[in-house]
Design a protein around this ligand. Sequence first.
Ligand code: PTJ
Length: 252
Amino acid sequence: MAKIAVSRSHPRYLSLFYRDMLANGVKKGLTSLQGLTAHGRGEAFDYLIGEKTCQFALSAIKTASAMLILAKYPVLSINGNTSVLIPKEYIQLAKLLDAKLEINLFHKSSVREQKILNYFKHLGAKEVFLADTVQITTIKSNRRKISSKGQAKADVILIPLEDGDRTQALISLGKKVITIDLNPLSRTAQKATITIIDNIVRAIPILVETIRIFQHYPRKQLLEMVQKYDNSTVISQALAHIDSRLNLLISK
Ligand code: PTJ
């Protein structure tokens, strides 16, 4: 990736850093132009949340870790934004879980698909699947295309940064979907089995560390965590957190 030209002393350094990363991603043909506006929507929600990993996100991350460890065939979905924001940590996660990596683009482009695949291989990913002949017939967009070796066979799928109808369609097919989305109101956030309401750049490293610890836990304990989890509570807690932050600011 190109060097990021932002001074570390800038009060919004991290925000500018990730914007630059995505802008470089567009220049390299990895991220879609639309990915920049999608990131802006995420940033707006990050402001409302307070730009930190909250308790509701940690609770979702813990359950997601348990679910991914218990999964028989976990698949991690990659799009143009995730491919530049946290590629190394994503590959690390796949190795840790022995999970499959699959590229699923919303804005159709076989050239971009191939560039993301090459980039992941260059960073050390062994195998990366592309969408092939399998289609989820209930979906109209490009998200209907999945891999016969990846999501078609998966029992648990991580689908971050997506406000779409794929999550509901995959759940209707009997699969479990974990998402990471700063917007608790997005369709994917609302429909997923587990919604991690946090910035992907903060959430994935915590997910990796939690999985490292939970891998030593007994299966029964992990199963209990998954059974006890209620996603609607987590979404309500995120909305209540935003509401109380705004009320506090209004009363100041
Ligand atoms: O590379 P492609 O063609 O697959 O396109 C990727 C995007 C992200 C452009 C595409 O999937 C898209 O249009 O996404 P949406 O439907 O806008 O959904 C993206 C969701 O991710 C929104 O709900 C954002 O709030 C959220 N989001 C954006 N940046 C982050 C984020 N959530 C967590 N961390 C972020 N950094």
